[in-house]
Write a protein that binds this ligand. Structure first.
Ligand SMILES: [Fe+2]
Ligand SMILES: [Fe+2]
Length: 231
C-alpha cells in the first residue's frame, strides 16, 4: 500500500480512503483547498506536516506503524489530536448511532419488543466508553501535560493500564455486534440495520487506531518522561 506524501492533494487521500475525511478535520483541514498540496495547506494553517502524514498513513494502513517516528512528536501534539478525536466521537458518531438505533427499533414489524435489548447493550457500551474518555481527559492527559510543561511527577498518580481498559470497551462493542449479527431475530428494516452496523464497524476501526496511539505511543512517552524527571 502506498504511503501519502507532502506532494499529495486532498483528492488523492479522499479517493484512496474516504474514511480519512474526519481525520483531516481533526487537524483543522476542510475541503475546498483547490489543487493545493498537503505541504501548502499545512504551511498556510500552521499544521505540523510530518505529524499529519504519520497519523494519516497509520490510519490508512494498519500494517504501517512507525513507532519511533510517532514517539518523536511532542505529547502535546498527540494529546491535541486524541482530544479532537474524542470530541468527534461524542459530538457526532455516538449521536449518529443513536438516531439510527432509534429508527431501527421503530422499524420493528412485530408486536414483540425484543429490539429494546439492542438499546440496552448499546447503552452499556456507551457508558463504558464515556467513562474511559472522561478518565483520559480529566486525569491522564492533564497528568502528561503537567509532566511536559512543569517537569513534575505526581507520585500519587498511578496510570491505569490503557490496554486493559481498551479491551473492556472493545468487549462491550463485540457483545453488541454479536447480538445483532447472530442472535436478534430480524424483525426490523434491513437497510436501517445495515446502516447501523456499517456505522458501528467504521467507528470500531477508528477507535482501534485511536487506542493504538494511546497504548503504543502516548503511554511509552509518559513512562520515558517520568524516568527522565525522576533521574
Ligand atoms: Fe482516548
Ligand atoms: Fe483510550
Amino acid at each position: 500500500m502506498n504511503r501519502f506524501t507532502k506532494q499529495n492533494k486532498i483528492i488523492h487521500l479522499v479517493e484512496a480512503n474516504y474514511h480519512l475525511l474526519p481525520v483531516l478535520n481533526r487537524f483543522g483541514i476542510n475541503l475546498g483547498n483547490k489543487d493545493k498540496s498537503l505541504e501548502k495547506i499545512c504551511a498556510a494553517q500552521n499544521i505540523n506536516i510530518d505529524f499529519l502524514l504519520a497519523i494519516v498513513n497509520t490510519f490508512h494502513n494498519e500494517e504501517y506503524f512507525p513507532e519511533t517516528e510517532l514517539k518523536s512528536f511532542s505529547p502535546l501534539l498527540i494529546i491535541d489530536y486524541l482530544k479532537k478525536t474524542h470530541q468527534h466521537y461524542i459530538e457526532y458518531v455516538l449521536p449518529k448511532l443513536e438516531s439510527l438505533l432509534e429508527l431501527l427499533i421503530d422499524s420493528n414489524i412485530t408486536e414483540i419488543h425484543q429490539l429494546n435489548i439492542i438499546e440496552q447493550f448499546y447503552q452499556k457500551y456507551k457508558k463504558e466508553l464515556l467513562l474511559h474518555i472522561k478518565e483520559e481527559e480529566q486525569e491522564v492527559f492533564p497528568y502528561i501535560l503537567n509532566l511536559v510543561n512543569n517537569n513534575q511527577v505526581n507520585n500519587q498518580f498511578t496510570i491505569h493500564s490503557f490496554e486493559k481498559e481498551h479491551s473492556n470497551v472493545d468487549d462491550k462493542l463485540n457483545d453488541l455486534k454479536n447480538l445483532i449479527v447472530k442472535y436478534i431475530e430480524p424483525v426490523y428494516d434491513n437497510n436501517i440495520c445495515n446502516e447501523f452496523l456499517i456505522t458501528l464497524f467504521r467507528f470500531e476501526k477508528d477507535i482501534k487506531d485511536h487506542a493504538r496511539i494511546e497504548d503504543k505511543i502516548l503511554l511509552p512517552q509518559l513512562i520515558t518522561l517520568e524516568k527522565h524527571i525522576n533521574g
